[in-house]
Design a binder for this molecule. Structure first.
Ligand SMILES: Cc1cc2nc3c(=O)[nH]c(=O)nc-3n(C[C@H](O)[C@H](O)[C@H](O)COP(=O)(O)OP(=O)(O)OC[C@H]3O[C@@H](n4cnc5c(N)ncnc54)[C@H](O)[C@@H]3O)c2cc1C
Length: 387
């Protein structure tokens, strides 16, 4: 068992830490207020070569893997959770192409996505189908050399800045086997953004609501040139990126706890520093226990993914890490805010923002409840056995 980070891992972590301090931190409050996509964050990630880590080298990426992405996300999410999401988005729309694309398709789209000269978005959720993605209703019907796409997708992160959309649509009968995956030009005729959301948190990365009206998608954009495989590509993508959502939670919790600790050293009450009260000290101890546990789960899950272990039989490990780390982010953000008393409630400090941002993490990419479905099923069917 090896707990040390490699030289490559440390380099990526240090690079992300520099970007976090120099680019992300100074703008964190502003991007929350304006809800404008932080192009400067994206450009900093691009210049540092951090956008191709989820894509193998032979497909045009840097191939570092999911653990290095988690290390980078953890650093930037200490200051602004949306910065971590931008790094997640380097994998979410691209990994279906990695898993399901033909060689030609991989060479066509992945190098520019890895470099950051193009951007993608992952379009699974629909107005009537979120957790129940296998029921999705967006339709793609073959017509000559094209498919004709009709339907809608909601809450699509990064949709407003995307060049390509990885769209999951029904080409066959009901259920998961009727779903196929397509790469769709985000600016093709018939692709419309009907609205964006006024969100509670993670306001820096807009979520778009797309409608597709008779969008002609070349048949060569069907991933793998094979119908019916799309749901599998989506699930492998979500499984393999669960640690990255957890990493957003770990980073957020670390940022919140660290901020509250510095404040508690300075703030006086009853003639003492707030940190001198045992009740406050133990809140910090509880934060540390949870952060350390969450970080270890996330790193282990990321390591599993990098060993190729993200198929169904490993899914519960990835779900445990995602559920725990994102719930820790919520508890720690709440406790850190509490340490500051009234000041924690005010926008003068980042804790109310961390508190709002953390809430997103328990909903996206499989809610906490859905992760528990995966975990309990693994126990029931004896994939996960204790004793
Ligand atoms: C900020 C943000 C960004 C997003 N970005 C993207 C994106 O980029 N691409 C994309 O495709 N989607 C995106 N989503 C959508 C997100 O993945 C869905 O919101 C999520 O999957 C939950 O679906 P839902 O909101 O429809 O909730 P529902 O599925 O309607 O669930 C409602 C409630 O029921 C619970 N529930 C549902 N099924 C079960 C079950 N079987 N057992 C127990 N409880 C259950 C849920 O946990 C939840 O509490 C985003 C959402 C948000 C908020």
């Amino acid at each position: 068992m090896e707990f040390e980070l490699s030289e490559e891992h440390r380099l990526i972590k240090d690079t992300a830490r520099r970007i976090a301090r120099e680019v992300v931190a100074p703008r964190a409050k502003e991007v929350d207020e304006t809800a404008e996509y932080p192009e400067d964050y994206f450009q900093a990630f691009k210049q540092a070569g951090l956008l191709g880590m989820a894509i193998p080298e032979q497909m045009g990426g840097t191939g570092n893997g999911v653990l290095p992405i988690c290390l980078a996300i953890e650093e930037v999410a200490k200051y602004e959770c949306g910065a971590g999401l931008i790094l997640v988005l380097s994998g979410l729309p691209t990994r279906p192409i990695v898993f399901g694309g033909t060689k030609e398709q991989q060479q066509k789209w992945l190098p520019s996505l890895a470099e950051g000269t193009t951007r993608g978005a992952f379009c699974l959720t629909e107005p009537d189908h979120g957790s129940d993605a296998a029921g999705l209703e967006t339709r793609a019907v073959r017509d000559g050399d094209d498919y004709v796409l009709n339907g809608s997708k909601v809450y699509i992160s990064g949709g407003t800045v995307a060049d390509y959309l990885t769209v999951f649509a029904r080409t066959g009968g009901p259920g998961a086997r009727g779903i196929s995956a397509f790469v769709v030009d985000a600016h093709a005729p018939g692709v419309n953004i009907d609205r964006t959301d006024d969100k509670m948190g993670v306001r820096s990365v807009p979520t778009a609501h797309f409608s597709f009206s008779d969008v002609r998608v070349p048949a060569e954009n069907l991933l793998g040139l094979e119908e019916g495989k799309g749901f599998n590509h989506a699930m492998l993508t979500l499984n393999s990126l669960r640690p990255t959502v957890g990493a957003r939670g770990v980073g957020l919790a670390e940022g919140a706890a660290g901020y509250a600790m510095e404040w508690a050293r300075e703030r006086k009450a009853f003639g003492n520093s707030v940190i001198d009260f045992e009740a406050i000290q133990f809140m910090f101890a509880d934060m540390a226990i949870q952060i350390e546990a969450a970080r270890n789960l996330v790193y282990k899950a990321a390591w599993l993914v990098d060993q190729g272990k993200y198929t169904r039989e490993y899914a519960h490990h990835l779900s445990i890490a995602k559920a725990y780390a994102t719930e820790v982010a919520n508890r720690v953000a709440s406790d850190a805010l509490q340490v500051l008393g009234a000041q924690g409630y005010m926008k003068d400090h980042p804790l109310e923002r961390h508190f709002r941002d953390a809430r997103q993490l328990m909903i996206v990419e499989g809610s906490s409840q859905v992760q528990r479905v995966v975990i309990s099923r693994a126990m029931i069917d004896r994939t996960l056995v204790y004793g």
